[in-house]
Design a protein around this ligand. Structure first.
Ligand SMILES: [Mn+2]
Length: 448
């Protein structure tokens, strides 16, 4: 074996180890218990009166890791099933109700907070009680709470559906009256109305959303880490995304990185669209074989410590954009960069649109109808709570301009998630290339 062969083998091993190593140390930052106590105090300070009653999830999902109801998680950090949180702003108290479980149930699912003697105190609750005591507790406090319960009357959001989307899918499902049963949330409201007819129910969602929209220091640290992790995942997917592979192989390359980095999974079904599939906004079959000369559009983000991330990249499978692809890519990229430049505290959809138009004019680019504006918030949900029309420091937004040409068999979308800072914004997902020469250089490095 010659020296040069040795060098090459060692180099290959080092490269392989580098590719296999996680982008970040596997240790996650997570949350402190004080974080959730602070959030409860903030909501009680905002709501001031009545009793705040929030329900957790009641059933395990099939085939995927359990992920607690967003609003319930936000104020409890608790991942047990069937919990109810009751907060009394007047006395600044919060009490968590959890189902009593049999020894056998505990054997199956492991102990929860109710089985931990100091769990409640550690988590900062005044009490952790059996859910069977909930109605007695509410009845005891109805008069003290001024006959007002703040509950979630708005629809819930999920990992990947905003409150408005939950309502929309519900409406779509109900097109046939055979499918039009009430949701568990609607059922809970109906039960509360029946059981407490003297109590006025008010929607807690606006106050919750105002808190959730502005990220805490702990959330920002998690989202920064998720930005780096999800970016590394998309970068590995780009390296895997060449002609001849199936779209699901590209998905697998990204999933391996985020699972290794401590994420529970993807924040939404990964979108890997090659060729004509790049024009389908929410394509997720991911079962087509990538062809020569096509683009691959991948929309992907991890779910890390209950917080989502949202990235889209479009790259030429063969390693170089065609002239037509390059021209479209450049327009989308310039619009995206102009939006990012316009994101700062005080910005509105209008100001972003105006600044983007001015930037395109200055560069002599025809944006082909693409306007800047606001994307969507990102947080516990990929399509997070509404932000109220003006950007504030601590908000997290996805920016995702796109142009689609189904007749030409390709579309381009470029998306980053950004954190609004004091003076502008920090791109959390900058670890994955998006400049044309950066992309072509990265892909050239993978050889043939
Ligand atoms: Mn998005």
């Amino acid at each position: 074996m010659t020296d040069t062969r040795w060098t090459r083998i060692v180099l290959a091993a080092v490269l392989a180890a580098g590719a296999a190593a996680p982008a970040l140390p596997a240790q996650r930052t997570g949350y402190t218990p004080e974080e959730f106590a602070r959030r409860r105090a903030a909501l009680m300070a905002e709501v001031k009166d009545g009793a705040i009653v929030l329900f957790g999830d009641a059933a395990l999902p099939a085939g995927t890791h359990f992920r607690q109801d967003n609003d319930f998680f936000y104020f409890t950090g608790n991942e047990d099933l069937g919990g109810v949180l009751v907060m009394l702003p007047a006395s600044r108290s919060s009490c968590l109700f959890l189902p009593k479980r049999s020894a056998r149930e505990i054997q199956y699912d492991g102990p929860g907070l109710l089985e931990d003697p100091d769990g409640g105190a550690k988590a900062g609750f005044n009490d952790v009680l059996a859910v069977g005591d909930l109605d007695e507790y509410l009845a005891r406090n109805t008069e003290r709470a001024g006959r007002v319960f703040h509950v979630r009357l708005s629809p819930r959001d999920s990992l990947d559906d905003a409150r408005s989307e939950t309502a929309l899918w519900d409406g779509r499902r109900s097109r046939s009256h055979y499918n039009a049963q009430l949701s568990v949330d609607q059922y809970r409201i109906a039960r509360l109305r029946e059981r407490y007819p003297q109590v006025e129910l008010r929607d807690a969602a606006p106050a919750i959303d105002a808190l959730r929209a502005v990220k805490t220091a702990e959330e920002i640290e998690i989202m920064r880490r998720n930005g780096r992790l999800s970016a590394e995942a998309v970068k590995q997917a780009m390296l895997a995304g060449r002609p001849g592979v199936f779209e699901y192989e590209i998905e697998a390359a990204a999933m391996a990185v985020v699972l290794k980095g401590g994420a529970k999974g993807a924040a939404y079904a990964p979108i890997v669209g090659s060729g004509p599939n790049s024009c389908i906004f929410h394509y997720e079959r991911n079962d087509r074989r990538v062809g020569e000369g096509e683009v691959v559009l991948m929309d992907f983000g991890a779910d890390l410590d209950h917080l989502a991330m949202d990235i889209t990249r479009t790259w030429p499978a063969s390693g170089k954009f065609s002239d037509e692809q390059r021209e479209v890519y450049r327009i989308v990229l310039e619009v995206q960069k102009a939006c990012i430049a316009a994101y700062r505290p005080g910005a509105t959809p209008r100001s972003v649109r105006d600044e983007t138009a001015a930037a395109m004019k200055a560069k002599g680019i025809d944006p082909r109808g693409l306007q800047g504006g606001f994307g969507h918030g990102v947080g516990l949900c990929v399509h997070d709570v509404p932000l109220g029309g003006v950007l504030k420091e601590g908000m997290v937004m996805a920016i995702e301009p796109a142009l689609y040409y189904p007749e030409k068999g390709f579309g381009v979308r470029i998306e980053d998630t950004v954190l609004i800072t004091k003076t502008g914004c920090e791109v959390l997902t900058k670890g994955v290339p998006k400049e044309i020469d950066e992309i072509e250089r990265l892909l050239a490095g993978r050889g043939r």
